[in-house]
Design a binder for this molecule. Structure first.
Ligand code: GLC
Ligand code: CA
Length: 584
């Protein structure tokens, strides 16, 4: 029997519950974290050199975005070899050292598992595309042109109408790419350099499982599983309609396919349950509902520890993510509460505001207008948002720099952008006749590059990230949103995140309490209670820039954490962006 309380990678955590329920995860996007050799690109040695920062913060798990061999079409999410490290980042020996160093500090390493697709430069795909009858011919999703169409005399691509269906890539354009050597198309839900693996093929599943065992043998603590709800595609790959809010054409046919629970169940059985101890598995699952999330995470019958859901991230998206629509506090708390309630009974949530694909939370739903000189709006909005998230039921994730209040980029020129999604979107929109300035505006708001500017270590040139030229420009908030300025200051954003993590460690109720939304109709305040063994913990957060009133009785109890000093606090009044945690 697997002992669910046991971490296979370090110490045993006490209690009946899986260790990852009381954990806090810190996400590192290695390319942008810390550069140790002056080539302008973050690397594994840079991570090792900065483990103090993560340890001091109090996180006990690090999720590493991909560091495997890759042509870097999508910054490493296009993998050419799962079992080696890209020389840009270092070597396998460096990774082993990182795993060991982290373990000594009680920190487990979670690797990114990207198995919906590989790079087109992976040996599997190179073989698969070479002919119709090679041993890996069926490892990817190949289709003939529609009936009535054929390739040209030299294998040229037939007209567009010959494509197997009308699905759109997440990165713009069709999902179908022509391969003259086979006279067929392959499917790529992401870039043309990210062909989708064929999970219907048992050999593919076996190859992935043995790769996972190889990594677990190195002593890692689990996997973050990239777009893992996309593995099973609907039979016949039917024509798509844009029916799923904000997602691409075709989405309904692959985000929750017929065999998804089966495929993930096979990984749980043959990889995780087959080993001693338990691992943290988090499935990135765009589009899933609370009901589906509940099924994936059920303690008994589920397949993963938790999922990354996207409903709250999509609340300010219109027809696509690049169309910004207003979002209210009401909408946000309705949504997050639906997830809290939906997974209350037997499921488990992940909690996040940020990752390498999302704009910075303080710029998105906080107020970064005075960030350049470290002003109170920036500080209190960042900490109010953090309070709301960290006191909920679930495992919190902190994305590098979030704990410092890093802001969006404010890039004004297309030449500053690096991300394939943004560049493709720009080209497509401008080609379609849109005003380039307007396109740049929406990118400044939502581009993934907002999350990818270098981590700000100090206020020196290049923010202490590199001694060379960074691969992407440093963001605008480096003077104040940096580790040197904040690591030892208890009143900093970093200091506040530390306190939130300490509360989670000290109070059982934060990990295990039930969640109850209060003041559900309030337009400004996100307020809820946690209940556990007769105790109550109350969270009050004003998520707006104006004063807010709530019934005075909600202030009753002992304040265990507050994001601002307030003398003569009038019961019932919350200052702009004020957040309180009260023990009743
Ligand atoms: C996930 C990753 C994203 C990547 C995509 C394709 O959404 O988080 O960065 O581009 O999958 O692998
Ligand atoms: Ca480097």
């Amino acid at each position: 029997m697997t002992d669910r309380t046991r971490t296979p990678f370090s110490v045993t955590t006490p209690g009946e519950q899986p260790w990852w329920k009381s954990s806090v995860v810190y996400q590192i996007y290695p390319r942008s974290f810390a550069d140790s050799n002056g080539d302008g690109i973050g690397d594994i040695r840079g991570i090792i050199n900065h483990l103090d920062h993560v340890e001091k913060l109090g996180a006990n798990v690090i999720w590493l975005s991909p560091i495997y061999v890759s042509p870097m079409d999508d910054n490493g999410y296009d993998i050419a070899n799962y079992q080696d490290i890209d020389p840009l980042f270092g070597t396998l020996a460096d990774v082993d050292e990182l795993i060991a160093d982290a373990r000594d500090r009680g920190i487990g390493i979670v690797m990114d598992l990207v198995v919906n697709h590989t790079s087109d430069e992976h040996a599997w795909f190179e073989e698969s595309r070479s002919s119709r009858d090679n041993p890996k011919a069926d490892w990817y999703i190949w289709r003939d042109p529609e009936p009535g169409f054929t390739a040209g005399p030299h294998g040229e691509e037939p007209p567009i109408e010959a494509r197997p269906n009308n699905w759109e890539s997440m990165f713009s354009g069709s999902v179908w790419e022509w391969e003259p050597r086979r006279g067929q198309y392959y499917l790529h839900l992401f870039s043309v350099k990210q062909p989708d693996l064929n999970w219907e093929n048992v050999e593919v599943r076996e190859a992935v499982k043995s790769m996972m065992h190889w990594w677990l043998d190195r002593g890692i603590a689990g996997f973050r599983m990239d777009v893992v709800n996309f593995l099973s595609k609907a039979e016949g790959l039917p024509e798509g309609e844009p029916t799923h809010h904000g997602y691409t054409n075709g989405f309904p046919h692959f985000y929750y396919g017929p065999r998804i629970h089966e495929f993930l169940g096979e990984l749980r059985r043959d990889v995780f349950d087959a080993r001693e101890g338990t691992f943290l598995t988090v499935g990135e699952m765009p589009g899933v509902s609370p009901e589906q999330g509940r099924k994936f995470t059920d303690a008994e019958s589920g397949q993963v520890s938790m999922v990354f859901q996207f409903e709250h991230m999509d609340l300010d998206h219109g027809a696509t993510k690049f169309d910004r629509v207003p979002m209210s506090v009401r909408t946000l708390k309705d949504n997050l509460s639906r997830w809290q309630d939906g997974l209350a009974d037997g499921g488990w949530n992940s909690l996040y505001w940020n990752n390498h694909d999302q704009p910075r939370i303080v710029s998105r739903w906080g107020d970064d207008s005075d960030a350049h000189d470290g002003g109170p709006l920036w500080r209190s909005s960042a900490t109010a948002l953090a309070t709301v998230l960290h006191m909920m039921r679930g495992t919190p994730y902190i994305y590098q720099g979030e704990e410092l209040g890093m802001t969006n980029t404010q890039f004004a020129d297309i030449s500053d952008y690096r991300d394939i999604e943004s560049l493709n979107y720009y080209r497509q929109s401008v080609d379609a006749g849109q005003d380039p300035a307007a396109v740049l505006d929406s990118m400044a708001w939502v581009s993934r590059d907002n999350a990818r500017t270098p981590v700000q270590w100090d206020s020196s040139e290049q923010a202490g990230f590199t001694t060379g030229e960074p691969w992407i420009p440093v963001g605008p908030s480096a003077a104040v949103a940096n580790a040197a300025a904040q690591d030892d200051d208890p009143t900093s954003i970093f200091g506040y995140y530390r306190q939130l993590i300490t509360l989670r460690r000290e109070l059982d109720i934060v990990v295990h309490g039930d969640y109850h939304l209060i003041e559900a109709e309030h337009e400004q305040v996100f307020a809820y209670e946690r209940h556990h063994n007769g105790q109550v913990l109350r969270v009050l957060a004003n998520l707006t820039g104006s004063e807010a009133r709530v019934p005075a009785e909600h202030f009753g109890g002992q304040v265990v954490l507050a994001n601002m000093e307030r003398h003569n606090r009038e019961a019932g009044v919350l200052a702009p962006w004020e957040a309180l945690v009260i023990s009743v």
